[in-house]
Design a protein around this ligand. Sequence first.
Ligand code: PLP
Length: 354
Amino acid sequence: MTRSILQSLKVIFKTDVRVFVYPSSATGAWEAALTNTLSPGDRVLLFEHGFFAFKWARVAERLGLTVDLVPGDWRVGLDAGALRERLAADPDHLIKAVLVVHNETSTGVTTRIPPLRGAMDEIGHPALLMVDAVSSLAATDLQHDGWGIDVTVSGSQKALMLPPGLSFTAVSEKALQASTNAALPRSYWDWGDMVRFNDNGFFPYTPATNLLYGLREAAAMLEEEGLERAFARHARHAEATRRAVDAWGLENVALNANEYSNAATSVFVPDGSDADHLRRIILDRFDMSLGKGLGQLEGRVFRIGHLGDLNDLTLAGTLAGVEMGLRAAGVPHRAGGAQLACEFLSDIPLENDG
Ligand code: PLP
């Protein structure tokens, strides 16, 4: 079972190299990515384009790495020009890794990865490219090998449709090679142990067996649906959600249409309204839990998740719940967004649905 699960994950990450599974949340995979490839004091570069980029930077700092955290606008993705500029200013190649969050779950902004790899290649900078795909994997295209990513981390509880408790780490040959010299201390997270045991179909310690059974089923569901089709399903539900948000007269946090997230949409409440009050009313009255505004967006934003095991009717229920909550909480808005989204879903089926 282990071998077949690891093979399925390679298909989902679009890699021919290796994927590791830890019985941990995704934060553990963040730590594994760093401790396996870097040495104390090594410099890593991040751009603060959301809450999770900031949190990954904190993990790196605590591990004794030198962190260049470039302040940024949370409403847009990481720009390849900004990355090129930073790396060009590092002729001695002191920066050992660039850490990027693919889909910022806090903002609903998806950063395009290929232009970042392009910028690194263009100036021949050898830093490792590490990508957080926690809320993008299986919701939006991600090509670990094709995009030249060295370490991609993800978790079970988003588009993989599982409970929390498993993390996934896809690695490149270059990252595996780096792990043979990396001097940060590690034991539980050591890739070397994983490689030795996984090759025999085992793990170096007790695996989260129940979750692995779930993972086997989730991978089978994705295979049956087809990965590209799962991306299209997510894109369509994201589009329906944005149509509702626009119709309510509310503002999407994501500014650029080519960076809209397939996985989640973050929405500003109007000035003078409290997003957490709205969320509380929706939870109390309709038993639906919306994501809160994180970090600098606290109280100003609520988040609609539309990833994983979701269909037209679950989305319609979600958007109806939001609209009922907006009304019940007295948040200024225009009525009819949920209806409009339903019309979009009725009129425009997922391609090939007939
Ligand atoms: N990165 C992103 C983009 C996330 O959305 C999350 C959690 O929501 C994490 C990292 C942290 O993952 P975990 O809570 O599984 O440790």
